[in-house]
Design a protein around this ligand. Sequence first.
Ligand SMILES: [Cu+2]
Length: 181
Amino acid sequence: MKSLSRAGFVLLLAAPMVTAVAATDEHVTATATATIIDNEGQEIGQVLVRQGPNGTLFDLELEGLPPGQKAIHIHSVGTCDDHDHGFQDSGGHLNPEGKDHGLMNPGGPDAGDFTNFYVHDDGYAWAQFFNERASLDGSFGAQMLDDDGAALVIHENSDDHVSQPIGGAGARIACGVIVAD
Ligand SMILES: [Cu+2]
């Protein structure tokens, strides 16, 4: 009897999660995945990208980053091949309108700007971001999957959301090319 009620409890917990995922995906119009690598070229996790009717949702799950607050941005070129040279080939931010960088900048934000996220002491991070200024297919805002693609780039420090060009976020420590599913 005890184990039966426990099983029932687990089922009750599981059911709303399934419903929540289905409800979120009902209006998804395009999806993509970015497999994130570090400066050694090792895979450290993924970001799942879902384009909705009014913005794009990014689900991030990573392991093995140094702890603390980190900046993440959409960079304008879809390459992370130069991991041993700091991911410079991913270019600057996705920013076709030439805005200033920074969510709190009066001349911003650019299309690639996000809020910061936090890496726990054990190197694990989960975060979810929403961006109304960038879409996968160009149906609103800047187009991520254009001819030269785009990459998600993680920096060693947090973004102050004002300073040019990248909010004082420092070195590029991880990168993932955004690839259509
Ligand atoms: Cu950046």
